[in-house]
Design a protein around this ligand. Structure first.
Ligand code: C5P
Length: 230
């Protein structure tokens, strides 16, 4: 069982490269950002005010806790079909809306919320060791902000994917055709880096700056890192 942990800021191309890497090796794929986005979507859906100067952290934590313990939430770890469900409804598109993008950091900045998600993410990763899991025990690629440091610091492959800010901003703006509105990635990174350290690599984590690399070149480097670990 190979665990691949990939962290990095917004707009660096983590999701598309991580998904393709998982496909290449027949691994499961876990988009932890989608889990935080689903929580923000769920809170907004429950009528919680995420714009308030003082958000109600306890109410949000309870709401997110119920989202998981009462099985409202589900995510597929199939890289060919990475859908997110809330009460059986496919919310994969909705969680990419600019409304969710602008509010997600407020939810992910609540430490008890992170504890709920970290536990859930560890359970998804642990499940892949079993023969009757999606990857049949082969492995998983998990991507986010704190996977190399907190969720799976003992992963076999740990990578920090980075790119210069203007490159990331341009890539994110270019995604608007796919339903992702242009947004201020620097602002989201500033908020996110208060609770997770993903701007510099932790000890033992390989930094891969893909500012001047094509998608295929980035993927090839990741494949080489996984091959070394197998
Ligand atoms: O990766 P993506 O941009 O979809 O992540 C959405 C948000 O989820 C991030 O801006 C961050 O607030 C949160 N997140 C996090 N920890 C992770 C993954 C995502 O706090 N491991």
């Amino acid at each position: 069982m190979i665990r691949v942990a990939i962290d990095g800021p917004a707009g660096v191309g983590k999701s598309s490269t991580a998904k393709e890497l998982a496909r290449h090796f027949g691994f499961a794929y876990l988009d932890t950002g989608a889990m935080y986005r689903a929580c923000a979507w769920w809170c907004l859906h429950q009528g919680i005010d995420l714009d308030a100067a003082q958000i109600d952290e306890q109410q949000i934590t309870e709401t997110v806790g119920e989202f998981f313990t009462e099985d409202h939430f589900d995510i597929s770890v199939d890289p060919d079909r990475p859908i997110v469900l809330a009460d059986g409804e496919d919310i994969s598109e909705d969680i990419r809306s600019s409304e969710v993008s602008t509010h997600v950091s407020r939810v992910s900045g609540i430490i008890p919320v992170r504890h709920v998600l970290i536990a859930a993410q560890r359970a998804y990763i642990a499940r892949e060791a079993s023969g009757d899991s999606f990857s049949q025990g082969r492995g998983i690629v998990a991507e986010g902000r704190d996977i190399t440091t907190v969720v799976a610091p003992d992963a076999e492959v740990r990578v920090l994917l980075t790119a210069r800010e203007e490159v990331r901003q341009a890539r994110r703006s270019g995604q608007s055709a796919h339903g992702v509105g242009a947004e201020d990635v620097a602002k989201r990174d500033r908020m996110d880096s208060k609770v997770a350290s993903f701007l510099t690599a932790a000890d033992g984590v390989v930094t891969l700056d893909n500012s001047d690399l094509t998608f295929e070149q980035t993927l090839d480097q990741l494949i080489a890192l996984v091959d070394q670990a197998i």
